[in-house]
Structure formats: structure tokens, C-alpha cells
Design a protein around this ligand. Structure first.
Ligand code: GLY
Ligand code: MN
Ligand code: MN
Length: 538
């Protein structure tokens, strides 16, 4: 390389590396991630190696990729926000040839001045040690030659590769790291995690549950047609006595012993950990939720019938950015009238919301943690009698759902409570004649966990303190529904983010008004946007 070019690269490198900027300082601390890795180790079976990859980069079109978003499990355990990395954790300390001990290895993107000029600063090995607190950090290209014998472990635990990932130019990208892992860990070309899981159930089957296991297998075979050709599964469901089932079980146990690969341990461990929020996580999650509630309030003030769904979305998202929330936790949903009946409507392209209700389901993502808040408001500032009648049912259903969100209650309780109220309300208004038809107008569940993912990892067992869930009943009445047409086009969802505590549920998004009266009051208030005029374009 000519000397002047290498000097130029050096200068660029130093400029990027040494650039001191005003960056947020309230990210999760390195100690949090370290402690979470300890918590994973404590839940692993003995002699287990965990291998976890960074998320894939995804192409949008031509040479433009989607904005990169780290895999939430990977972020939770490392704090690393870049692609092309792999974390290896061991249940017990390992000793290398020189007698050094270690219980984790971290492979990251190599620093590269030219790449960093185009796509941003990389932490590199030194940055990962200094900022994220890892001891054993290497460049991704070292993964291949590190003397790691996966055969020596009883379990090699990983999350199977659902994501598309491309072989980009250059070495040690995600494609290469996964390829290396597959070779090192003897990953069979036809590995199928669902089949593996079903084999495990067969291996553990007892005469008491063999019928139930066979039914489960049949259900999975319907859902995953590729399993329908599997001889072992067919033999098991076709067996008409325990003797034959035992033979199949023995065959499966031999197959199981031939691999130590396991893609079920890690998702389960991560769900158990991520569902209970630590104080550090709560700080960020609460911030994301408060920001989203303020967004709802500001939109209530700014709303008028001539606004477009796109503009309404823009006001929410502008508020998020004003507070430093980097992203939205999921594509924003802003649906006027009938559009609100489409549960995950994201086109948001109606040019005028008119006198309809506007359903707004949006969540700021703050340092990785996302809110999920829905308000439904009348664009003209006043609920019509029909809109109010439906709204009040949903409001009462939500109140019942929140009240049911208590320590020890089963995860289904908020939904049962909300569905009861919706069913009674729809019967009273004559919208349905039969209780079972309530599902036509309330077709989704009421609650999910919230955290790094909008539908966060969790076990969906009885509630425990420090879990955060949504309570989000809705009623959606599309055009041509089998009821009086005065109800058509009314769609209402109210969604709040609820912290489970020993002292009962706390509504973290309650700052955004929920009753019809409170919403109408806020909508009367002036908005700074009233005087924000832009030039007319031809
Ligand atoms: N915003 C997606 C949901 O409410 O689950
Ligand atoms: Mn939700
Ligand atoms: Mn939502």
C-alpha cells in the first residue's frame, strides 16, 4: 500500500477512535451483563457449552441494509450492539494448554478503519474488554482456530438458526462464524430442532403420558409438514401398544446419545431469566413507557380531523426522539376507523382521519427496552354515543384485566377477566346473541411480557413480582359485520404496561388518559403543533 494512503487511513482511524462525543451514559452497565451470564451458568446442566450468535444483518434493497438490531438474548448477555459476533459460555471453568482458566469466550468484529468510515465505530477486542468487561475477547477470525472441542461436552446448547444470514465479502462475518460452529460441533445437515424436541419427549415417555405425547406429535406434524416423512415419529403415533412404543423409545434413545447438540435448553433458560426484570432493566423500561405515554398525550392535544395517519405516527415518533429513544420497538400502528380493525395495521396511509376513532398502538424503544401502549381517541375530540358505548366496555374489560394481574395468578387470568366483560357488554348491546361469538370481535389475547422484545421472552407461568406485562383488550367491528351498521368501523384497543408487585399491579403507562372524559379534556388543550406551519408544496 502506498505510504500516503496508509497514513491517511491511520489518521482516519485515530479520528474515529478518538472522537469524544456526548453519548448517553445510562445504558445497562457491564456488571449487569456479567451478572446475567453468571445467572445463565447457574441454570445450565453440568458440562454444558452455550454458543450464542449476534443477530443477522438484513438487506433492505440493493446496497442498503435495514437498521441493525441486536438479538435481545445476545444484548442481554453482552451489551454488544454490533453484528458478526459469537459468545461462548461454559457451565464450569475450562483450562487451556497453558493452565489458564476461563468460563467464557467472546469473538467480536475486528476493527477496520475503512469499514468504520462507512458504517460507524466498532468496539473491537480492546473496546469489548474495556467497555463491556470481558476478559477473553478475540477477533471473529480467531474462532476457527481456537482449540475448542465441543465433543467433550454433554450438551452444546444454542438457539437454532431461524434467521437469514448472507455470506458477505470478507472473513469472519456471521455466515463464517456459523459455518465454523457447524463444523466444530458436528451439526448434521438435516438438523431439525422441532424433531429433536419431539424425540426428547419420546425418550422420556411413560405409559401414563404416551397417549398425550402421541397427540402432541400429531399436532406438530400438522404444523410442520416436513416432519410427516419422519419414520420414527410415524412409528410412534402408529403404535397400537406400549410394547411397540417402548421399541421406538429405545431407538430414539440411541439416536439421542449420538448428539450433544441441544436447541431447547437456552431458550428456556433465557425465558426464565428475562421475564423477571432487574432494577437496572426497570429503569430503562419505565423510561420507554413514560416516553410513549407522553407521546400519546401530545398527540391527543395535536389531533384534528384533517390529520393523516402518517402525520399522527410522526408526532409520536418525534416525541420519542426528543427524549433520546433510538427506535420504535415494533412498527407503529395508527389506524383511523375501519383501519383500526386490522390488528397489526402498519400502512398508516389514510390521508384524513375525519370523525373516526383513531387507534394508536406505539412503543418507544429506549436503550433496547420497548414500551407497548395503545390509546384510541376520537379525531374530532368528542366520542359519539356508539363510540363511547364500545369504548366503555373495553375500558371496563381492561380494568378487570389489570385487577387480575396479581402475584400467583395464572397468566390467563387477565384475559379471562377481560373476555367476560367484553362478552357481557356485546350481549347487552345486541351486537352478539351468543356468548361464544365474542371472539369474533375480540380475536386476540390480552397479555404478553414486555422488555427487550415487545412480545418478550417468558414462561407464561403464574405471575411473579417484577414482571411487566401488557393488558390490552379490544373490540373491532369491521364493515359488513353481522350487527347493526351503526357499529361498523368502530375499533377500540386500550393497552397499558403493568408492573406486577407484591402490593398489586402498577400501571406504568397510566399517565396517558384512559377514560373518555379524561381523553376529551386533554384533547381540548392547545398543542405546540397548532402554530407549526410548513410551506405548501405544489
Ligand atoms: N403492539 C403489538 C401488541 O400490542 O402486541
Ligand atoms: Mn401488546
Ligand atoms: Mn400494542
Amino acid at each position: 500500500m502506498p505510504k500516503y494512503i496508509s497514513c491517511l487511513l491511520c489518521t482516519m482511524f485515530l479520528a474515529i477512535a478518538g472522537n469524544s462525543q456526548d453519548l448517553p451514559t445510562d445504558y445497562l452497565p457491564a456488571d449487569f451483563h456479567k451478572e446475567r451470564r453468571e445467572a445463565v451458568r447457574a441454570k445450565l446442566p453440568p458440562n454444558t457449552a452455550v454458543v450464542l450468535f449476534a443477530n443477522a444483518e438484513r438487506n433492505r434493497a440493493n446496497d442498503v441494509d435495514y437498521v441493525y438490531h441486536q438479538d435481545p438474548n445476545f444484548y442481554y448477555l453482552t451489551g454488544y450492539k454490533e453484528p458478526n459476533a459469537v459468545l461462548v459460555l461454559f457451565s464450569e471453568a475450562q483450562t487451556d494448554a497453558d493452565g489458564n482458566t476461563f468460563d467464557e469466550l467472546f469473538y467480536v468484529q475486528e476493527r477496520n478503519a475503512r469499514a468504520e468510515q462507512w458504517t460507524g465505530k466498532r468496539l473491537g477486542v480492546e473496546g469489548a474488554k474495556e467497555k463491556l468487561g470481558f476478559d477473553m475477547v478475540f477477533n471473529g477470525s480467531d474462532f476457527e482456530n481456537f482449540p475448542l472441542d465441543f465433543k467433550a461436552f454433554d450438551h452444546v446448547s444454542f438457539v437454532d438458526f431461524h434467521n437469514d444470514y448472507r455470506d458477505k465479502s470478507g472473513s469472519a462475518d456471521l455466515f463464517d462464524l456459523i459455518k465454523t460452529f457447524k463444523v466444530k460441533a458436528n451439526y448434521p445437515a438435516d438438523y431439525n430442532p422441532v424433531r429433536n424436541e419431539l424425540y426428547k419427549r419420546i425418550a422420556a415417555v411413560t405409559p401414563e403420558n404416551s397417549k398425550e405425547v402421541a397427540e402432541t406429535i400429531e399436532r406438530y406434524m400438522e404444523r410442520y409438514p416436513e416432519l410427516q416423512e419422519d419414520d420414527i415419529l410415524n412409528d410412534f403415533i402408529g403404535a397400537n401398544n406400549e410394547g411397540i412404543r417402548d421399541e421406538v423409545k429405545n431407538k430414539v434413545m440411541v439416536i439421542q446419545r449420538s448428539t450433544n447438540l441441544d436447541s431447547s435448553i437456552l431458550p428456556k433458560v433465557m425465558a426464565e431469566l428475562r421475564q423477571d426484570k432487574t432494577p437496572e432493566e426497570m429503569k430503562l423500561l419505565k423510561r420507554a413507557i413514560e416516553i410513549s405515554a407522553v407521546g400519546q398525550i401530545e398527540v391527543m392535544k395535536a389531533m384534528h380531523p384533517n390529520m393523516s395517519e402518517t402525520e399522527i405516527q410522526g408526532v409520536h415518533e418525534y416525541v420519542y426522539k426528543r427524549y433520546g429513544a433510538e427506535y420504535e420497538g415494533y412498527p407503529s400502528i395508527v389506524g383511523g376507523g375501519h383501519n383500526g380493525c386490522i390488528l397489526h395495521y402498519i400502512e398508516n396511509n389514510k390521508t384524513k382521519v375525519g370523525d373516526d376513532l383513531v387507534l394508536m398502538d406505539l412503543g418507544a424503544e429506549y436503550h433496547g427496552y420497548t414500551a407497548d401502549v395503545t390509546r384510541t381517541i376520537p379525531a374530532n375530540g368528542k366520542f359519539s354515543p356508539e363510540q363511547k358505548a364500545i369504548y366503555d366496555i373495553v375500558y371496563n374489560a381492561q380494568e378487570a384485566g389489570i385487577a387480575a394481574s396479581v402475584v400467583g395468578a395464572s397468566f390467563r387470568e387477565p384475559h379471562k377477566a377481560a373476555l367476560d366483560v367484553v362478552t357481557k357488554g356485546l350481549l347487552d348491546l345486541g351486537i352478539i346473541k351468543d356468548a361464544k361469538d365474542a371472539r369474533i370481535y375480540f380475536p386476540h389475547g390480552t397479555s404478553h411480557y414486555l422488555g427487550l422484545d415487545v412480545h418478550d421472552a417468558g414462561t407464561y407461568q403464574a405471575f411473579r413480582p417484577n414482571q411487566v406485562i401488557t393488558v390490552e383488550p379490544g373490540i373491532y367491528i369491521p364493515e359488513n359485520s353481522d350487527c347493526d351498521e351503526k357499529w361498523w368501523g368502530i375499533a377500540v384497543r386500550i393497552e397499558d404496561d403493568i408492573l406486577i408487585t407484591e402490593n398489586g399491579p402498577i400501571n406504568l403507562s397510566g399517565m396517558a388518559p384512559r377514560t373518555t372524559e379524561a381523553i376529551e379534556e386533554v384533547m381540548k388543550q392547545p398543542s405546540p403543533l397548532d402554530s407549526f406551519k410548513l410551506p405548501k408544496l405544489d
